[in-house]
Ligand binder design. Structure first.
Ligand code: GLU
Length: 293
């Protein structure tokens, strides 16, 4: 009898080409690459460029150059999110058809005003795990007629998940398996903490949350290895996977590399960029040592 073929583990590094890669990205890329190697698995690179206003071909070329200099190799062709907008739109359409998302018309300025008004008597407005105020309920509470009227008038809008309805539609607690540097084991997902997350914007046909789950499934990703800054976002990803009937990968959220001020590195800090380290004469081995590998 033939043995059932076991799927090879699939890992991915998924940077956004909206700035130069820094030492935190180096840690993520190397961990993914080395863990794939040890598991006899595959290592993919995915370019997360849905934000076309901030992503550039130059930053993308920088990603390839930095990873090659680190001595990493990855499968080709590389998936680029901007080549797959119709796939995210299909996923969004299925959620619209099930009444689980709604058109959201408030501008950033209007949200700010609503939040400030809500906090006027000292009541803190609820915030998501990243500290962003939750989206006000105004658009969720509109009736169908009003929605149709506003859509018909051509008003700019995003699409947001109706979090309460979505959680009810699943009707069971969600979890994920975590093996990273923070909490480990069976982690209960808490998507409600994020409120009505945005799934597509008027200027970008998909959000990070939607495209990441669609892509991980499309690429057969079995292991998601990324920074601890995305630990809580996994709750939203688990909910979207359950809603869209997508498989769930295993998760490993690794420690973050912090700057001298103890803060997480950002792409604007050029002094901790991989390319800058290279210009200063570091070897890839020295870079590994400096990030504790
Ligand atoms: N594109 C995201 C970033 O650059 C990473 C997404 C992920 O690994 O899930 O932070």
């Amino acid at each position: 009898m033939n043995a059932i073929p076991r799927q090879k583990p699939i890992f991915r590094f998924a940077p956004s080409p909206n700035g130069p890669l820094h030492l935190g990205h180096a840690l993520s890329a190397i961990l993914n690459h080395d863990m794939a190697d040890e598991a006899g698995g595959r290592f993919l690179l995915r370019i997360e460029d849905i934000d076309q206003a901030r992503c550039t071909p130059e930053f993308e070329a920088g990603i390839f150059a930095d990873l090659a200099w680190l001595g990493l190799s990855w499968e080709k062709p590389v998936r680029r999110q901007s080549d797959h907008f119709p796939a995210y739109q299909d996923a969004l359409r299925s959620l619209i058809e099930r009444g689980l998302v709604y058109p959201a018309f408030l501008t950033r300025g209007e949200v700010k005003t609503r939040v400030a008004a809500g906090e006027i008597d000292g009541n803190p407005w609820p915030r998501d795990p990243d500290g962003t105020p939750l989206y006000p309920p105004d658009d969720r509470l509109r009736n169908d007629e009003e929605r149709k009227r506003l859509l018909g008038a051509g008003l700019k809008h995003a699409w947001r998940l109706d979090m309460e309805k979505a959680i009810l539609a699943i009707g069971r607690p969600l979890h994920w398996q975590e093996s990273g540097d923070g909490e480990r084991g069976d982690i209960p997902a808490n998507p409600a903490a994020w409120g009505d997350v945005v799934l597509s914007r008027s200027d970008a046909p998909s959000s990070y949350h939607l495209s990441v789950v669609v892509d991980d499934a499309a690429q057969g990703v079995t292991h998601v290895v990324r920074g601890l800054d995305l630990f809580h976002a996994t709750s939203v990803h688990r909910l979207l996977q359950a809603l869209l009937g997508l498989p769930q990968p295993l998760y490993h959220h690794h420690r973050l590399i912090v700057g001298e001020d103890g803060k997480k590195l950002s792409k604007s800090e050029r002094d901790t960029g991989i390319a800058e380290c290279r210009r200063q004469g570091w070897s890839p081995a020295e870079l590994r040592r400096r990030i504790g590998l």
